[in-house]
Every structure is written in structure tokens, then in C-alpha cells.
Design a protein. Structure first.
Length: 180
């Protein structure tokens, strides 16, 4: 098993590999999980998705990571930091997608909070965003609990999205050191 990028009290996040395709295909073909996307993915589309994630690791050093339960190793979703172009600007986005069987247990908030802290403390990002469809109230609640606030409505991939954002606290810098 690859070393986790991040660990929380209940979760481990690590880079995905081709061995994770079965789980990713299960996640991306689930109608409950994909209800705010234009459509469910096929296995072939899930394979292409995974290929793009792996390419992002090489290009940006981060992307979606596989989220697994620390106690059992069971994969429950994908959560991470993706560089997205929004309104002509490259923005680090906290993205999260939990399998429906694991909803309402706080996993998205727990992992997204760790990703936020990693983006600010380890990667020295000045801000993070999350792109959320206006109808996706559950995802908006996660963003709010992580500290992101709605900033504006934008058109992204031909669909309306709310841009939630959070600036890095002034006292926080790379590697979690205080500037004070």
C-alpha cells in the first residue's frame, strides 16, 4: 500500500493507481453520487478520469486522492486538491466525492478540512475554492463547514456553479509555520 499523503483520525488519503479503477468505476457509475453531474460515467470514462488524475499528479503534484478508512483500508471516495481554470484563472479546488454508502458520517468535512490545511500549510496556496452546483445543497454544507464562503456564480463546463472560496489565514505560511 502506498504511503498516505494525508491522514485524519478516521481516513487516509493517498495517490490513486490503476489498481483503484474498480472502485473508481463503482463510484462514478453510481446514480446517487453522480446526480449533480451531467451523467454517470461508463467504466471506459472512469478509466479516462483516472488517467487524468494520474497525469495531474505528475503535472501539479496533487489531484484527487483515494480516501480510505484507516481502520479497514476500505475505499470510500476521492478527495483532493485539483488545479482548475475558472474564469481564466488557475485556482486550487478542494474536491470531494464520497460513495453514497458512506454519506452523513462527516467524512467529506474531515478530509476536506485536511486538504484545506495541506493546501495552505504545505503548498503555501494563497486561497482555495470549491466549485459546486447550486442544487447541490449537501456539498455546499460541506464547503461551509470547512470554512469556505460563497463568492459568486460562474459558468464552468457549460453548467452554473457557485464558487466557494477561502483565503489562507494571514498567520499561516508554508509548512504550517506562523509568520508572527
Amino acid at each position: 500500500m502506498d504511503k498516505p499523503i494525508l491522514e485524519t483520525s478516521r481516513l487516509a488519503l493517498r495517490e490513486m493507481t490503476w489498481d483503484d479503477l474498480d472502485f473508481l468505476a463503482l463510484l462514478l457509475t453510481d446514480e446517487r453520487v453522480m446526480r449533480h453531474y451531467p451523467k454517470c460515467c461508463t467504466r471506459v470514462e472512469a478509466q479516462a478520469w483516472l488517467g487524468r488524475v494520474i497525469d495531474r499528479y505528475a503535472e501539479h503534484g496533487h489531484a484527487f486522492w483515494l480516501a480510505s478508512l484507516r481502520a479497514t483500508g476500505e475505499p470510500i471516495g476521492q478527495i483532493g486538491l485539483l488545479l482548475q481554470q475558472v474564469d481564466g484563472v488557475d485556482e486550487p479546488e478542494i474536491g470531494y466525492m464520497i460513495h453514497a454508502d458512506h454519506w452523513r458520517r462527516g467524512y467529506a468535512v474531515e478530509a476536506a478540512s485536511a486538504v484545506r490545511d495541506y493546501a495552505f500549510g504545505m503548498l503555501d496556496k494563497p486561497r482555495v475554492i470549491s466549485l459546486i452546483r447550486p442544487v447541490n445543497i449537501a456539498s455546499q454544507r460541506v464547503a461551509l463547514r470547512v470554512g469556505l464562503k460563497p463568492e459568486r456564480l460562474t459558468r464552468w463546463h457549460d453548467l452554473d456553479h457557485l464558487v466557494f472560496s477561502l483565503a489562507r489565514p494571514a498567520e499561516q505560511s508554508a509548512a504550517g509555520r506562523s509568520i508572527a
